[in-house]
Design a protein around this ligand. Structure first.
Ligand code: PMP
Length: 407
């Protein structure tokens, strides 16, 4: 396959062409959120200038236009994830929202006292706290798959933790803090073997890895558009149709009902049963453009570029005195987390920012994982399709300068 023309890609991102603190911006905080191409920004403005209307109930032309644009995004996600049907695509406000939905509906109905939920040490807080909240209400038990020194799941321990009490395994596809890609095919197969369902948190994976929910046979898959070149406030919960049908609704309100009387209310069909209230229409509409953006470049070509950046950056930083990479798994997405002996990550980030370089520091919403490595946080550089090796050279120079100043 032909390589991407990164200069042309960069031209599509207006925000990248600016000075920050007198230096050209280097944006390496993509695991927090990616930047948006012009076509996504334009789609938002076209919606509000051309056909803003509430969806699904209107007879008038604008309402029909808005509805069909909204539903076109749902179809695009069906294709993106290779789901069997659009009724399996629930539009949410993001990964956090999707996980809470599953915890409060599937969890409350099918996970009882003494039942077990398996998560892992490398989960984002959004894949920890909703289960703890459920356990407080239901008396179910949270068990944790350990992570080894390289940042990989301990799969032998995982198998030992599985039992006939396991109702759900909820794990991250790719870690936002370490970059580790987890063997989810194997996890899903083994969990199904004991009759447990599986939720995969795809927030960090979705812009990098190909996802085929039918081939994976996954029960739930969640993601956030803002980490995939799309707008904030939009996410997808994929769920198997039978499972979604068996679950009670989440939020009550308009749109999720068939008929309301004070005696009894009946609920709408999938996917609307889980989409109460007016959704984030403009951002959902614009999200389709983000999918088109990714597909027009090709996920394999995006991944190849990002992995070459990860390799280049890992090599470039390796020589810095006292630097240790946290997360050295064999299979990684383009996330590089590191600590430097004698340098606090917060101080490092301030000095990098003075040079126009945006990185993330701290616990990355994975405090238990930081505790596992006995650190309070890392400095994290995460790469997207528009990043370049020249920018990584600037990062290396910036880190070297900071180390000289701080040590
Ligand atoms: N899980 C992972 C792996 C993430 O990276 C993130 C976002 N950084 C989340 C969950 C939460 O996603 P959101 O804040 O978009 O709901």
């Amino acid at each position: 396959t032909q390589k991407l023309d990164i200069d042309a890609v960069r031209q599509q991102f207006p925000i990248l062409h600016q000075q920050v603190n007198g230096k050209p911006l280097v944006y390496f905080d993509n695991a927090a959120t990616t930047q948006k191409p012009k076509e996504v920004i334009d789609a938002l403005s076209q919606y509000y200038t051309g056909y803003n209307a509430n969806i699904h109930r209107g007879i008038h032309t604008l309402a029909e236009k808005a509805t069909s644009a909204f539903e076109a995004t749902r179809s695009a996600f069906r294709t993106f994830l290779n789901a069997a049907g659009t009724e399996e695509i629930i539009l949410t406000y993001g990964t956090t929202d999707g996980i809470n939905l599953v915890a409060q509906t599937f969890g409350r109905s099918f996970i009882g006292k003494g039942d077990e939920i398996l998560i892992s040490t490398m989960e984002h807080h959004s894949n920890i706290v909703p289960w703890q909240m459920l356990c407080e209400v239901n008396g179910c038990v949270l068990k944790v798959i350990p992570v080894d020194e390289s940042g990989e799941l301990d799969m032998a321990a995982f198998e030992n933790l599985l039992s006939d009490r396991t109702r759900l395994v909820s794990v991250v596809h790719a870690s936002n803090a370490l970059g580790t890609i987890n063997p989810i095919t194997e996890i899903i197969r083994k969990a199904h073997h004991v009759g447990a369902k599986v939720l995969v948190d795809g927030a960090q994976a979705a812009s990098h890895l190909t996802i085929d929910v039918q081939a994976l046979d996954v029960d739930f898959y969640v993601l956030s558009l803002h980490k995939m070149y799309g707008p904030t406030g939009v996410g997808v919960l994929y769920g198997k149709k039978d499972l979604l049908n068996s679950m009670p609704p989440y939020r009550g309100g308009g749109e999720m009902i068939k008929e309301v009387t004070f005696a009894k209310t009946t609920y709408n069909d999938l996917p609307y049963k889980f989409e109460a209230g007016t959704p984030n229409i403009a951002d959902v509409v614009a999200a389709r453009t983000a999918i088109t953006f990714i597909e027009s470049l090709g996920k394999d070509r995006i991944a190849a570029h990002e992995l070459s950046l990860l390799q280049y950056a890992t090599d470039a930083l390796q020589g810095i005195d006292g630097l240790r990479v946290i997360g050295t798994a064999k299979n990684k997405v383009s996330v590089l987390s590191f600590v430097i002996k004698g340098v606090h990550h917060q101080d490092l980030a301030v000095i990098l920012d003075q040079q126009g370089i945006a990185v993330r520091t701290g616990h990355h919403c994975t405090q238990p994982l930081m505790q596992r490595f006995d650190i309070t946080g890392t400095t994290r550089a995460s790469f997207a399709v528009y990043n370049t090796t020249a920018e990584i050279d600037r990062l290396r120079e910036g880190v070297e300068r900071a180390v000289k100043m701080l040590k």
